[in-house]
Write a protein that binds this ligand. Structure first.
Ligand SMILES: Cc1cc2nc3c(=O)[nH]c(=O)nc-3n(C[C@H](O)[C@H](O)[C@H](O)COP(=O)(O)O)c2cc1C
Length: 550
């Protein structure tokens, strides 16, 4: 074994250990603080003191485009010009505040992108050339959701911009994401890294959907290494505030010019180190506990390398789905987690199949067009209240090439069969017909939301094979895919007039036992529930921004 293989194998071992150690078991939850240390509650808003703020406009909701239209290339909106207004819209429909909630003296903000515990570890960045109505010079900015504005961290010359984006079509710009792990670790301890990566997936999904509404497409620049990402977003700089770990950069391109280019010229990236960086990040908590975030981050750090991902053999196909008169912008901004499900609302079979269909990576459609790898996540569904479908445990195979492997692995399943009326294009199978509400609730940390909806689900990831094939750095990417499915499920539920909720608290190995899964070939990474919500009438809802247009 050469040195680099030995390094990778050691890193993989550490990732496997982290994953195992952060499983919740019936007998014990993964280690965490066990209480909320309010004196150290992290500030949910990172701000850069001394950086110039470019305020962005609030965006009026519109009936067009319809939510359903952005998934179909013939119906998606024509690409919008890149200008101050459309850049504002992109952020307003992806990472902005969506409302303030209050009860008594307490007030907290909700956002367009969901986040575990509403802690929002994900920060957004924009790297762009001169943009009409926004800036005359190329720049790197941090997005400040509290005020819906851009904080200018560095400006640079047009020559550097031109070489940086020379491999990309005209009108391309870049959006980056970082995570402040401490925000989640403060509440969830060691398991927090997983939640941060789910949240990156939610943010990627939110950005891809918002871009779809503007006729743009997003895709990851996954050749970049972690150190290069830190240079591009300026998080390499020394400061005393909490660390921001760079996660990813994506290109945003008009759909008609979409390219799969994944590289930025290495020399241009290096020159970001010597830009005149502005602004000092604020400290979020007075003191901190170490929950091992730096260690797992180091293990999954990505080197620069051209990513040669396996391509999908038989991409999923679509079938004609009527376009509903549902506005994309309203669905996006009204998305909320259900805090309780009513235990009564039923979903029609067609609506159920439509939601599941949308979770497939149909070529060209957001949000999954963003991810350069084939789907690695499959859905094990607890069906509780769907008309004309027996209650039971079902499986949606998001990459049909995995059907045999899953059939062998899920040893508790009866012979698989397609449920009644299931479109041929939907790789959905019934594994066991049974009442599964109690099991769903128990497995999701005894949370009623998992049993009282129309259905809940576990996201089963192909685990050892992609990690061995690509390396430890692929571990967070499995969570990004899971989070992206989650963000899509939120929007699908909203478009169907119901609600959903992400469930990060679940018992990992007991869920594997329900399915008869042994070993590490597949692992459960995330749960979700979809159903009729019960509103919490004790809370007051206030607009996200003083001038919000409703
Ligand atoms: C990764 C992730 C895990 C979550 N886990 C749970 C959970 O176990 N139980 C729960 O009630 N809500 C859970 N949620 C929902 C969040 O608490 C919710 O997104 C957050 O409070 C913000 O509210 P909003 O989604 O309405 O914006 C989770 C959300 C995410 C994104």
């Amino acid at each position: 074994m050469n040195q680099s293989n030995a390094h990778q194998s050691n890193g993989l071992q550490r990732v496997f250990e982290y994953h195992q150690a952060t499983k919740h078991q019936f007998q014990a939850y993964a280690s965490g603080p066990g209480y909320l240390d309010w004196a150290n509650q992290p500030d949910p808003f990172r701000r850069y003191a001394g950086a110039r703020l470019i305020p962005l406009d609030a965006i009026e909701p519109t009936d067009e485009p319809r939510y359903d239209d952005i998934f179909i290339s013939e119906r998606m909106p024509a690409p919008g010009a890149v200008n101050g207004q459309t850049i504002s819209q992109l952020f307003y429909h992806s990472l902005a505040l969506s409302a303030w909630k209050s009860t008594g003296e307490t007030r907290w903000a909700l956002r367009v992108n969901a986040s575990s515990g509403n802690l929002h570890p994900t920060e957004g960045y924009l790297i762009c050339g001169p943009v009409k109505g926004l800036c005359d010079q190329p720049m790197v900015c941090h997005y400040a959701p509290r005020v819906h504005g851009l904080e200018v961290l560095a400006e640079f010359d047009t020559e550097l911009w031109n070489t940086l984006c020379s491999p990309f079509p005209e009108h391309t710009f870049f959006i980056g994401l970082t995570s402040i792990h401490w925000r989640e670790a403060w509440k969830y301890g060691q398991r927090a890294y997983r939640y941060c990566m789910h949240d990156v997936g939610h943010a990627l999904g939110a950005i891809s959907m918002a871009a779809g509404g503007l006729g743009w497409r997003t895709h990851l620049l996954d050749d970049l290494g972690s150190d290069e990402l830190a240079l591009l977003m300026g998080t390499f700089r020394d400061h005393d505030a909490e660390r921001e770990e760079p996660d990813v950069l994506m290109a945003c391109v008009p759909a008609e010019l979409a390219t799969q280019e994944t590289s930025l010229p290495a020399a241009s990236v290096l020159s970001f180190e010597s830009l005149a960086w502005q602004g000092s990040p604020n400290q979020l908590s007075p003191s901190h506990l170490d929950w091992g975030m730096d260690d797992i981050t180091q293990q999954v750090s990505k080197p620069r390398a051209a990513c040669q991902y396996r391509s999908v053999k038989n991409p999923p196909l679509s079938w004609p789905l009527p376009s509903r008169p549902v506005s994309l912008s309203r669905v996006i901004r009204k998305r909320r987690s259900a805090v309780a499900m009513d235990g009564q609302t039923r979903l029609s079979r067609d609506a159920f199949y439509r939601i599941l269909h949308r979770t497939l990576a149909v070529p060209g459609a957001p949000p999954f067009i963003t991810l350069p790898w084939k789907s690695h996540i499959h859905l094990a569904l607890f069906v509780h209240r769907v008309d004309d479908i027996p209650q039971g445990l079902y499986l949606l195979v998001r990459d049909p090439a995995q059907t045999d492997a899953l059939q062998q692995a899920l040893t508790q399943a009866n012979p698989w069969h397609k449920p009644p009326g299931c479109p041929q294009q939907l790789p959905l199978y019934c594994l066991i017909e049974a009442e599964t509400q109690a099991a769903a609730r128990q497995i999701s940390c005894h949370q009623d939301i998992a049993s009282d909806g129309c259905f809940s689900l576990a996201m089963l990831a192909e685990y050892t094979e992609p990690l061995q094939e690509y390396g430890p750095w692929f571990y967070p990417r499995l969570y990004w895919e899971a989070g992206m499915i989650g963000q899509l499920l939120y929007l699908e539920a909203e478009a169907a007039g119901i609600r959903s909720t992400g469930i990060g608290c679940f018992f990992d190995d007991p869920m594997h036992e329900v399915l008869g899964l042994e070993g590490r070939k597949f692992q459960d990474l995330y749960h979700f529930t979809v159903g009729g919500p019960v509103e919490d009438t004790r809370l007051t809802t206030l607009p996200a921004y003083p001038l919000e247009l409703s």
